[in-house]
Design a binder for this molecule. Structure first.
Ligand SMILES: NC(=O)c1ccc[n+]([C@@H]2O[C@H](COP(=O)([O-])OP(=O)(O)OC[C@H]3O[C@@H](n4cnc5c(N)ncnc54)[C@H](OP(=O)(O)O)[C@@H]3O)[C@@H](O)[C@H]2O)c1
Length: 269
């Protein structure tokens, strides 16, 4: 039986064991997938142990995604662009790091929710690890505009400077958004975990504008409620992205893409 694990700290709340269990049942795969608590300081030792024990793959969540980069023997192009890894694939000599978050977001937005990005005005809120991980796929989707706004001004500026050769990206503070209008606003901040929401000005949603929060459950509620008040016609949480990034990891490990709609429906119910 192939063995997989998700590492993070804390990890008890993780939905990944349930998601991969549903993928395994659906595809008839004989595998185990467990959650293991690991702090950043213990990550090197934990990954070495899992490799010795024969684990075939590992997922990483907060706060380990950036820390794990230095522990990979090789990195995919999208992991290099993201500067973080959420999926490790076993190699004889170590772990190959990949990042499936951006692909998961794009698949949820475009395939599941029918949000086209090409030619649209898109605003990305936050400049942390998740924002960095989704920037390249968002640029590749060729929006008319992509603005990145954050509360610490130098962070969006640093990201825009880093990505300047990969597409047009405008860095901005929340205050400077006054007067802007967007077709899609994506919240990649962690504000909702403390009941807060980034301060957006009235008029930020264009006619027919939509809101997407990478968070899900309670953490997505403040941003999505505020988006409705500000005129967004549709609001979405990030549970679909969670399932899609997991499906992408599963297909990297097993060479088989699971069907996701039934898994998402099971989680929502
Ligand atoms: N659905 C999925 O599959 C998925 C995948 C990855 C991440 N996520 C979610 O995405 C969110 C961000 O994760 P992350 O890894 O990027 O975290 P992170 O690296 O800690 O970054 C958090 C970002 O949020 C900003 N922020 C925090 N509180 C804020 C507030 N009150 N107002 C405005 N900005 C605030 C931070 O700004 P400063 O830099 O100024 O502190 C930073 O830019 C989390 O909720 C996470 O659960 C979901």
């Amino acid at each position: 039986m192939d063995r997989y694990a998700v590492l993070g700290h804390p990890i008890a709340h993780s939905l990944s064991p349930r998601i991969h269990g549903l993928f395994a049942a659906q595809t008839g795969a004989a595998l185990s997938y467990v959650a293991i608590d690991s702090e950043a300081a213990a990550l090197a030792e934990t990954l070495a142990r899992l490799h010795t024990e024969g684990y075939a793959g590992v997922n990483l969540t907060l706060p380990l995604k950036v820390h794990a980069v230095a522990l990979c023997s090789e990195l995919s192009a999208r992991a290099q662009a993201a500067g973080s890894v959420n999926t490790l694939i076993r190699h004889e000599s170590g772990w190959r790091g990949d990042n499936t978050d951006g692909a998961g977001l794009l698949r949820d937005l475009q395939h599941n929710l029918g949000c086209k990005l090409a030619g649209q005005r898109v605003l990305l809120l936050g400049a942390g690890g998740a924002a960095r991980g989704v920037l390249q796929p968002l640029l590749d989707a060729q929006p008319a505009e992509l603005t990145i706004a954050g509360r610490t001004p130098w962070k969006p500026e640093d990201l825009a400077a880093e990505f300047k050769d990969r597409g047009a990206l405008r860095p901005c503070t929340f205050l400077a958004l006054k007067g802007d209008r967007y077709d899609l606003v994506i919240n990649a901040t962690s504000a909702g975990h403390s009941g807060a929401t980034p301060p957006l000005p009235p008029g930020i949603y264009a006619s027919g504008g939509r809101a997407y929060d990478l968070s899900y459950g309670r953490a997505a509620e403040p941003f999505l409620a505020r988006a409705r008040e500000l005129g967004a016609v549709q609001v979405f949480d990030g549970l679909g992205m969670l399932v899609e990034q997991a499906a992408e990891a599963f297909s990297l490990w097993r060479g088989l893409r699971p069907e996701t709609a039934s898994v998402l429906a099971a989680l929502r119910s």
